[in-house]
Design a binder for this molecule. Sequence first.
Ligand SMILES: NC(=O)c1ccc[n+]([C@@H]2O[C@H](COP(=O)([O-])OP(=O)(O)OC[C@H]3O[C@@H](n4cnc5c(N)ncnc54)[C@H](OP(=O)(O)O)[C@@H]3O)[C@@H](O)[C@H]2O)c1
Length: 271
Amino acid sequence: MTSIAGKTVLLTGASGGIGSFIARALAKEKATIIAVSRSQAKLDEICTEIEALGGRGIGIEFDISQVAELPKLIQQINQVSGQIDILINNAAVEKYRPFQHYALQDIQSTLTTNLIAGMELTRLILPSMLARNSGHIVNIASGSGKKGMPYNSIYSASKAGLIMWTDALRQELADTNIGVSVVCPGYTATGMFSALGVPAPSLARVAPPQEVAIAILNAIKQNQAEVILDGLVSKLLFSNFQLFPKFGDLVFKWIGVTKLNKNCAEKQMRS
Ligand SMILES: NC(=O)c1ccc[n+]([C@@H]2O[C@H](COP(=O)([O-])OP(=O)(O)OC[C@H]3O[C@@H](n4cnc5c(N)ncnc54)[C@H](OP(=O)(O)O)[C@@H]3O)[C@@H](O)[C@H]2O)c1
């Protein structure tokens, strides 16, 4: 069981949604949280909450999609707080479109924010974790990385990439004391979900972000390899979808995922 108390955590996407709940949960465990997002004002609010809950909060405004600049972020962190014990790659963006309507810029920005930035942060931080033979890396993926999401295909590809990269990295680090986890939430009640402006499919559960945050902390404490939120039913469905992709397509049509996502894409293209 790994303790989080006193640890320094770099958390991307800390300004809202699931990230803000991860920050609060870490604060209750007396961690120092380096909270990163593109909005200093929102980070300042979260850091005030972190301090009130017993943690230490340092907000750093940074656009992680500027991957070539990430060494500067690490330098900045080293100056204010020293070594990073836990890295939580949480920030992500998504955009719904029929695939042929994506611009190259959409493809690049989604893959860069959701996948490459987490890889690059890890590449920059891992040597110091290896030198201390201690640390934990958690990547926040999605059920969308387990089964392709029609009309959200770039996001799906980024999350599938995150899952497979985590899987490979965990094996590379198996003989070290560095933990590696991937967490795959399902529909979660955050801005990312409500911005879609459509309800969840009838049989899908919308989880409170607090529940996802607790699952992420448990993944760190127990060094869990992969966490799929919503339990055994989701796990069984995803493993069946892997074996029988067309069965998965039918389930998505039947429970309304395909139609809802198409509606989202049409809505986003009109706005
Ligand atoms: N909500 C869901 O239903 C759901 C389901 C499955 C998986 N997830 C995953 O859970 C994670 C959190 O999602 P969420 O629902 O909390 O999303 P959200 O409410 O949209 O929050 C996303 C966070 O990422 C930050 N961010 C986005 N682009 C950034 C960039 N270029 N640089 C720095 N920060 C950036 C945003 O802050 P700023 O705008 O201030 O930069 C915000 O803090 C994501 O990885 C998402 O894919 C969510």
